[in-house]
Ligand binder design. Structure first.
Ligand code: AHR
Length: 658
């Protein structure tokens, strides 16, 4: 306790400054281009974990809108008085509609009965005063006479919006009805009540409520604040849909892209694999409705200028769960899914899958150039399946890039086996993952310095510094993890000749519905904020540059000596030299940075610095930018920068060059 208190005091002592005299100068050799930087270099990893899609990015507010959860009325509360047996009846038309078998039949015989259903949303519904909400429902009437009365109800029980809906059509077919209305107040955890007035009987399905302020105002779309945080990063790619969710707990619940496109009511909902994964974080109401499916994914990537990077199941379920594999002689449908996805993304509208894309509103291709086959799969069973995928894909699309899994860890027996096999196969790109303590990231800034430039390229496909340990609920997104990642990323950037892509994981977490920490962006029903780790990612991706140049200290690459880390790139079209410097020590460092081989255009450089008094500092809904970069000007002395690197800081210097 006492030791802890002393440490805390030490963290807030005025910073010491390491003496400048004798401190080696950093030299940027701006005339010596080492490699190009791929436009894809810094991207994002999306997975429906932590309520990332349903209850998160996908803006649907009604939970279990189609009654397909394991418990058909989960999320719904039936209100009736007096109780009439069969007034709300769950029906199953499995034989006629395998994708969406259930619906409910509402029967109200007497005008005197109170009958309604209240939906609790995803940990409540975030409702904003003055905003328009769009309600819709699919219905079929046998005994017309019922009318729907809608109420938005605040956490305190106040009605903060209401409307009514007449159901006009009758007969055997299903119809859609909708109505829009404004909220009169805000609430973080509201509910939707659907009351039934009149007398009659009606079948209901796909009961839905969306806010009107979705990304680009698209009906049934994405949460705009969350997409905006991604757009602000200007990511080079979006990896999708994961992650372990690709593999599934078993093969029956693997991710199948074909079930995520087309009319929303025909998308086959499945249980989310994170529903039961962690006994310490059970989420029994976590399902995948696929409202954010592959079409919406491609569209979002296009919207924000990111290359799509889908990851497909390779015929293996998660090896931490059932570890099922598809027999090799039955792998064809899986391979066909991969080929068809390429056609769905890129094919002419006259092709089967290109035509489906066009029918969904996007005749132009999405320009898919790469895909991952398998996520964190390992062993000979993976290699033999991967080879069959590779042969089929390359036969049809010789230039298409295939990303292969290097398993769950960046070292050890499994990694060594895969690395050897994949290199022997001349794999295009190898997907390495690291979930490790901050010290690992600091120690591994030189990991790629000696990787062969003329062999397989590397995708740092999932990584995050763990402040406690992997899958611990105590992991936090703090300055310490962000600085360690920034240090490591200077190593990725320095080695952009071999590392062609990188993405932090996971991306989103809902504060009331997460399973895994740490995460890049935290949200609740109304707000979202970026962590210090988010700002590190953003500082790299918005200062990507086009060409790597050396930055040296005493003639050596800077990868941890005196706790300093650095990399340098030039953005040729923008005529800017970009220097990234991490000081991972607890003292400020006075540093001279000499710029060689370049003419400086203006005498002021700009610096953005991420720092905070304590390594434990983190952002929150109340202080979303407590740890965020602050930009200032630095005067150049001819071709030299004299700077002070604050303790535990990450700085990006931007110098305009001729
Ligand atoms: O990012 C969370 C999980 O970590 C991913 O689903 C999986 O690929 C990795 O093990």
């Amino acid at each position: 306790m006492i030791a802890g208190a002393l440490l805390a005091v030490a963290a807030y002592c005025p910073a010491k400054v390491r003496a400048q005299s004798g401190s080696p100068v950093m030299t940027v050799q701006a005339g010596k281009v080492v490699s190009t930087v791929e436009p894809t270099m810094w991207g994002v990893f999306f997975e429906d974990i932590n309520m990332g899609a349903d209850g998160g990015l996908y803006a649907e507010m009604v939970k279990n809108r189609s009654f397909e959860f394991y418990q058909p009325l989960m999320g719904w509360e039936v209100r009736q008085s007096p109780v009439k047996e069969g007034a709300v009846l769950v029906q199953n038309r499995q034989e006629k509609s395998a994708a969406n078998p259930r619906f409910i039949r509402i029967t109200r015989e007497a005008n005197t009965q109170t009958l309604g259903m209240v939906n609790e949303g995803f940990r409540g519904m975030g409702i904003k005063k003055g905003l328009r909400y769009d309600f819709s429902v699919m219905y079929r009437q046998h005994k017309p006479g019922l009318k729907l009365r809608l109420e938005l109800v605040s956490a305190a029980g106040k009605i903060i919006g209401n409307s009514a809906l007449d159901l006009k059509e009758t007969g055997d077919g299903w119809h859609k009805a909708n109505v829009s209305f404004n909220a009169t107040d805000s609430t973080m955890r509201g509910k939707l009540a659907v009351w039934f007035d009149g007398a009659g009987s009606v079948d209901l399905d796909m009961i839905s409520l969306f806010p009107s302020d979705t990304w680009k105002g698209r009906p049934g779309g994405m949460r705009a604040d969350m997409v905006q945080l991604l757009a602000d990063m200007k990511p080079g790619f979006i990896r999708f849909p994961g992650g372990c969710i690709v593999e599934g707990h078993d093969l029956s619940v693997r991710y199948q892209w074909k079930k995520t496109i087309g009319p929303i009511e025909d998308r086959h909902l499945i249980v989310n694999r994170w529903n039961t994964e962690f006994a310490h974080r059970p989420t029994p109401d976590y399902y995948q409705t696929f409202g954010l499916g592959f079409f919406e994914y491609f569209q979002m990537a296009e919207d924000i200028g990111a290359a799509p990077l889908p990851i497909l199941n390779c015929g293996m379920a998660c090896q931490f769960n059932t570890a099922e594999v598809v027999p090799l002689d039955q792998l064809d449908p899986y391979i066909q899914d991969a080929l068809d996805l390429i056609e769905f993304a890129n094919g002419d509208v006259a092709t089967k899958w290109g035509g489906i894309r066009a029918s969904m509103g996007h005749p132009a291709p999405f320009n898919l150039t790469m895909m991952g086959v398998g996520n964190e799969n390992w062993g000979p069973q993976y290699i033999e399946r991967l080879k069959l995928f590779r042969d089929a894909i390359k036969a049809k699309y010789p230039d298409f890039k295939i990303i292969a899994s290097a398993g769950t860890n960046p070292n050890g027996e499994r990694f060594d086996y895969l690395d050897k096999e994949l290199r022997a196969m001349k794999a295009d790109i190898i997907d390495e993952h690291y979930y490790s303590p901050p010290s690992w990231f600091l120690d591994n800034a030189g990991r790629y310095d000696n990787y062969d430039r003329n062999a397989s390229k590397i995708f740092a496909g999932e990584y995050a510094a763990q402040s406690d340990r992997v899958v611990s609920i105590h992991n936090r997104n703090i300055l310490k993890t962000a600085i360690a990642e920034a240090a490591f990323m200077t190593g990725l950037e320095r080695n952009a000749g071999v590392v062609v892509m990188a993405s932090y994981a996971p991306l989103f977490a809902h504060t009331d519905g997460w399973q895994w920490t740490p995460d890049l962006i935290w949200v609740n029903n109304l707000q979202s904020y970026g962590t210090p780790d988010y700002y590190v990612q953003k500082m790299f991706s918005t200062n990507k540059g086009t060409h790597v140049v050396p930055i040296l200290r005493n003639g050596n690459t800077i990868k941890g000596q005196d706790s300093l880390y650095a990399s340098a790139v030039i953005d040729k079209p923008a005529k800017t030299l970009l220097l990234k410097v991490v000081n991972a020590s607890s003292v400020a460092v006075k540093q001279k940075i000499a710029l060689e081989g370049v003419s400086v255009a203006v005498s002021n450089a700009e610096v953005a610095t991420l720092k905070s008094p304590s390594l434990q500092d983190m952002n929150s809904f109340n202080a979303p930018q407590l740890v965020a970069p602050v930009t200032s000007a630095v005067k150049l002395k001819g071709k030299q920068l004299d700077v002070e690197l604050p303790p535990n800081s990450f700085s990006v210097y931007r110098v305009t060059i001729k």
